[in-house]
Ligand binder design. Structure first.
Ligand SMILES: [Fe+2]
Ligand SMILES: [Fe+2]
Length: 204
């Protein structure tokens, strides 16, 4: 019998399409969140004058940041109730699981950092490693803001009502310096206000 040997695809693009496809198959909801995070992370990166290469990595990292959730039961991820401590701890393993999975492919370090550290907090109270301040890689600090923004503003299965844009800005500002890098949070808030103003002027 032939042993089941895992042969990782050689190119980043190939690996990306395999993993993104698995996410879409597993949960349309999670895949849609990932797509929005990716698009907004690129926009944020542009506002920060990042290079084309950095933007390309952010695009991939946004799509794959929650790839570790492939290993968490969906009924838990979408549970419309409060979770037990054990369930919460299981969900909190997704950055480590995602990192272990993504390390089998040829992804750029920046992409792996976002997958691994997007739930770290600036004040050191995050997970999985309790990194603090600039110990948290830059791209993970950036993705953390976009990730939370999307969670607040978008309708998710387990969230009855998405909150307003004003609420989301209040929340990002409130958590600047504790959950988020304060300098990055300030740029993000400016960017989102600019975008909203532009949309308003287009409509009116
Ligand atoms: Fe996550
Ligand atoms: Fe996420």
């Amino acid at each position: 019998m032939t042993p089941n040997i895992f042969v990782p695809p050689t190119s980043e693009a190939h690996a990306f399409s395999i993993l993104a496809g698995q996410m879409r198959q597993s949960s349309i909801e999670n895949a849609a969140h990932a797509k929005r995070v990716s698009a907004l992370a690129v926009l944020f990166g542009r506002a920060l004058d990042l290079s084309v290469n950095e933007l390309k990595d952010l695009k991939i990292a946004g799509v794959l940041h929650d790839i570790g959730k492939l290993h968490i039961p969906l009924e838990l991820l979408h549970a419309p109730r409060s979770l037990t401590l054990d369930e919460t701890l299981l969900i909190r393993t997704h950055p480590e699981r995602g990192y272990a999975l993504a390390c089998r492919f040829n992804f750029a370090p920046r992409i792996l950092e976002v997958i691994h550290y997007h739930h770290e907090r600036y004040d050191g109270a995050g997970y999985p490693h309790g990194l603090r301040g600039t110990e948290i890689p830059f791209y993970a600090r950036l993705a953390a803001i976009v990730d939370v923004y999307d969670a607040i503003i978008s309708k998710r299965i387990y969230q009855v009502q998405p909150r307003s844009f004003a609420d989301s800005m209040f929340e990002i500002e409130r958590c600047a310096g504790t959950q988020f890098d304060p300098a990055l949070a300030a740029v993000f808030i400016q960017l989102m206000h600019r975008r909203t103003r532009r949309r308003f002027h287009k409509v009116h």
